[in-house]
Design a protein. Structure first.
Length: 74
């Protein structure tokens, strides 16, 4: 019978994505509060931005495929 591994049988700690040290239990997946704050700062400052294509509108329609909008207010 295969049982779920207990805390002592858990997989080895993965490396901190910021500095590469083993991740700590309290700040997982980071090793420390400092590395967690570095990651948060990167998110808030736009370092981890998702690239956006300029040729698409908000709804995903291509700009050149969209019908022209007449601004005639007679």
């Amino acid at each position: 019978m295969n049982a779920m591994p207990g805390p002592s049988e858990a997989a080895p700690a993965k490396a901190c994505p910021i500095c590469g040290k083993p991740a700590g239990d309290q700040f997982r997946p980071f090793c420390s509060k400092r590395c967690a704050n570095v990651d948060l700062n990167r998110w808030l400052s736009g370092v981890y931005a998702v690239p956006v294509k300029d040729d698409e509108d908000e709804d995903g329609a291509r700009r050149e495929d969209a019908p022209p909008q007449d601004d005639q207010s007679h």
